[in-house]
Design a protein around this ligand. Structure first.
Ligand SMILES: [Zn+2]
Length: 269
């Protein structure tokens, strides 16, 4: 895609947002946290070195990653989220994301208008899914942090355990695979589906940013369906490699062959 075409499509996207009654946003794989900046956090690096030496500490890695997510408040992903927020903040919007890293919450989005069906790091669940109970993760996260700060060694920590069956607790997200407890996002999901029902006959601008095909039934396919059935919809798909637009969307669909994070970073103030 050449420069002129990109500028033209960006303009069309901005106009479409301005003109819309409602804005539906999907955020996917291109926004996944890579933990690439973890090297700038020496206390976390030395904790990871400790894990390298003692394999029995492997269980602490997700907790160190969570700590990184708490402390890492700048960077390209977060800047891109801020740009996205600027684009849609005046609108009646809803955001659905497959990311679990909660970076999106570092921009000023209304979390009442956000659903994270793949979970996040806010709560624990039983890793064996003996029940659907969820527990706040904050206290344990603070404990890990304290152990790092005090330099007492990660081996002073004990893995948090399910109060029901005694198996390890894990963060309530899709990394639990088949044991993932889906209760965590249900309330927001109901809000989301209700909001979606309200888009019918409304001028709806659909923005899909960096969504690939790992979990197509969460964002990609449903968005195409919503765009197809809404006569007043416009649908922008921004993606570096999987930018192809469904043919049945005709003029409604605009495909932008650009990494979604870069695309947003290039948006002007
Ligand atoms: Zn259990």
């Amino acid at each position: 895609m050449d420069r002129t075409e990109l500028i033209e499509k960006r303009k069309r996207l901005e106009e479409s947002i301005a003109d819309a009654d409602m804005v539906l946003v999907g955020v996917g794989e291109e926004f996944n946290e890579s933990f690439g900046d973890i090297g700038s956090f020496p206390h976390l690096m030395s904790a990871l070195e400790e894990v390298d030496i003692d394999q029995t500490l492997e269980w602490t890695v997700p907790f160190l990653e969570h700590r990184f997510l708490i402390e890492h408040n700048e960077g390209r992903l977060i800047s891109a989220y801020r740009k996205l927020y600027e684009l849609i903040q005046q609108k009646n919007y809803f955001v659905i994301t497959t990311c679990i890293d909660e970076n999106i919450k570092k921009a000023a989005f209304d979390t009442g208008r956000l659903v994270e069906p793949c979970g996040n790091y806010e709560r624990f669940q039983c890793s064996e899914k003996c029940c659907n109970e969820l527990y706040p993760s904050k206290d344990f996260s603070d404990l890990v942090y304290q152990a790092i700060l005090d330099n007492v060694g990660l081996d002073s920590l004990e893995i948090p355990r399910c109060p029901v069956c005694g198996k390890a607790l894990a963060y309530n997200n899709i990394l639990c695979e088949q044991n993932y407890v889906e209760e965590g996002y249900q309330k927001q999901w109901e809000k989301y589906t209700k909001w979606l029902q309200g888009t019918l006959n409304k001028k709806l601008c659909i923005l899909e940013f960096g969504v690939e095909l790992n979990l197509p039934n969460i964002i990609r396919w449903p968005f195409e369906k919503v765009a197809f059935y809404n006569q007043k919809a416009s649908f922008f798909r921004v993606n570096e490699s999987l930018y192809q637009m469904a043919e049945n969307l005709g003029d409604k669909g605009v495909s932008i062959a650009r990494n979604a994070v870069d695309f947003l970073l290039e948006c002007k103030e």
